[in-house]
Design a protein around this ligand. Structure first.
Ligand SMILES: NC(=O)c1ccc[n+]([C@@H]2O[C@H](COP(=O)([O-])OP(=O)(O)OC[C@H]3O[C@@H](n4cnc5c(N)ncnc54)[C@H](O)[C@@H]3O)[C@@H](O)[C@H]2O)c1
Length: 496
């Protein structure tokens, strides 16, 4: 099929690449000429593992091009995806101005030559499908009113569930595909588009293998409104689940329990599930906060107060301050102290800093008079460019960041940090205080390495480890009871 994808951000670029990889002919359109120029040169405007390789393959298979000209691309297309941003307005409501502009432009590009499906992939409030239809019609009327009766199109909602950092695997091997539309012809067109994906009838890319045993992707077909609600309900549930883990962790800390063990214990219940139960310093990213706010706004419009959603936002906001409290407990005074932040991106394997906890933590530390050093394997350039006024000293390595620091905070659980030499870290720090904001490290191992360790919701008493610390303060031996390791290993550490 011929496909146009409007918006070449995290969602649009990956969607375009995957559809072309499946054999469709794809044009990706953006109003940002610089982004398009970079994509044409084969440079990625975002960091997403394996995207460069997939785009190269996509160009050979179905074919893919990048353009700022919507009209010629849309005129040739059977399916036109809208994947533009829908950021929050100050009152929480989704800003639909990009979506509205895209919909009008689609109308202007239409003619009577073929039936087209306009698909909302952006996360949009209930009723946006209807709005898109109205705006496409207005676009048609404004540019070629005489053609209006001849032009046939359908509108669908196809919410996106990909996670940055593993977006390609999520797109090629999704848990489900959701399609919402009011007429059968529209649904039929999209079923045909996704058929290779639904039946998993494509050769898996070398770097992104198909999960073992996967033969088919469940397809949910529903109305426009229900499809739009499915996306919001999914994201708000996930945000609440993490918030729940954080809330329980805060209680665990007070009563002397270990949140990672508690979450392992409840996650094994199949009604609960092990994913998204990692306690930490709160979720971030471009979706959870904005989607909860948008759903709250919708509920309010209908006279309903969604208390659980309000609480999910409040719990997350408070969780970001937990790190500051822990630092104050350890160091008492933050003025003049040097704090090292390990990780800036809102989660590993992305350069996305939208609503990243690191930014709020850094801002608060600076307000309190601390000096902030930071290291992130990927997101430092983006952080510097997007936050020119934020006083952060960027470092070339984790060790450089923690060197002479009074405390280190593990903010993003990049794989690289898992392998840090904790004993060396303790040795180079001014004070060996480590706040593990993602519960990445084994507390006993960290303490044995000489660090003054605190995690999130992890009671301070070493219970299973026996360690001998030599006279110079370095670890001489470390033993962990064999009964402990397998239990905690069951906690699913995949992130949002
Ligand atoms: N990022 C994610 O992980 C994710 C996951 C699922 C769903 N979503 C949803 O998908 C949508 C897109 O998110 P994103 O993260 O890709 O956004 P993004 O900000 O990375 O990209 C949006 C792109 O749209 C372009 N754009 C804006 N108006 C345009 C127009 N009229 N014509 C052409 N291009 C236009 C912008 O220049 C930008 O490049 C949002 O609604 C988001 O909530 C995002």
């Amino acid at each position: 099929m011929r496909v146009t994808v409007i918006g070449t951000g995290y969602v649009g670029t990956v969607t375009g690449a995957c559809l072309a990889y499946l054999g469709h002919r794809v044009s990706c359109v953006d109003v940002d000429a610089d982004k398009i120029a970079r994509l044409r040169r084969g440079e990625m405007p975002i960091y997403e593992p394996h995207l460069t390789e997939l785009l190269a393959e996509a160009a050979v298979r179905g074919g893919i091009d990048f353009t700022t000209e919507l009209e010629p691309a849309a005129a040739e297309s059977d399916v036109i995806f809208i994947a533009v941003g829908t950021p929050p307005r100050p009152n929480g409501e989704a800003n639909l101005s990009y979506l509205e502009a895209a919909a009008r432009s689609i109308g202007a590009a239409m003619d009577g030559a073929r039936f087209r499906v306009v698909v909302n992939k952006s996360t949009v409030p209930v009723g946006s499908g209807n709005l898109v239809e109205t705006l496409v019609r207005e676009g048609i009327r404004e540019t070629h009113p005489q053609e209006e009766k001849r032009i046939r199109f359908g509108v669908a909602s196809n919410p996106e569930f990909l996670r940055e950092g593993c977006a390609i695997a999520d797109s090629l091997y999704p848990d489900r595909i959701v399609l919402g539309a009011e007429e059968e012809h529209t649904l039929e067109t999209l079923r045909a588009l996704y058929e290779p994906l639904i039946a998993q009838r494509f050769e898996a890319p070398a770097d992104v293998p198909r999960p073992a045993g996967m033969t088919r992707v469940p397809l949910v077909t529903t109305t426009l409104t229900s499809a739009e609600m499915i996306k919001y309900a999914a994201n708000t549930f996930l945000a609440m689940k993490i918030g729940f883990a954080n809330e329980i962790a805060n209680v665990c800390e007070r009563v002397g329990a270990d949140a990672t063990e508690v979450m392992t214990g409840i996650g094994l219940d199949s009604r609960i599930g092990a994913k998204f139960l990692n306690a930490g310093l709160g979720w971030g990213g471009s979706c959870f906060g904005k989607d909860i706010q948008s759903l709250l706004h919708t509920a309010e419009e209908y006279g309903y107060q969604a208390r659980l959603l309000e609480a999910a936002l409040a719990v997350n906001r408070a969780q970001r301050q937990v790190v500051i409290q822990k630092l104050q407990e350890k160091l008492f005074i933050l003025k003049g102290r040097t704090i090292a932040l390990l990780g800036l991106a809102f989660k590993p394997d992305t350069d996305d800093l939208r609503d990243a906890p690191s930014l709020q933590i850094a801002e608060r530390l600076v307000q309190l008079g601390a000096r902030v050093k930071a290291y992130d394997p990927i997101a430092m350039a983006a952080c510097r460019a997007q936050n020119p006024d934020l006083k952060i000293q960027y470092c070339e390595s984790a060790m450089e960041a923690v060197c002479e620091a009074d405390a280190a905070v593990l903010v993003t659980e990049w794989e690289e940090f898992r392998g840090l030499d904790l004993a060396q870290m303790a040795a180079v720090m001014q004070q060996p205080v480590l706040v593990d904001g993602r519960n990445l490290y084994d507390p006993d191992a960290a303490r044995c390495a000489g660090l003054d360790y605190s995690g999130i919701g992890r009671a301070g008493r070493p219970r299973f480890a026996s360690a001998r610390v030599s006279s110079n303060g370095k670890v001489a031996a470390f033993n962990t009871s064999t009964t402990r390791e397998p239990v905690v290993a069951l906690l699913d550490r995949s992130h949002n």
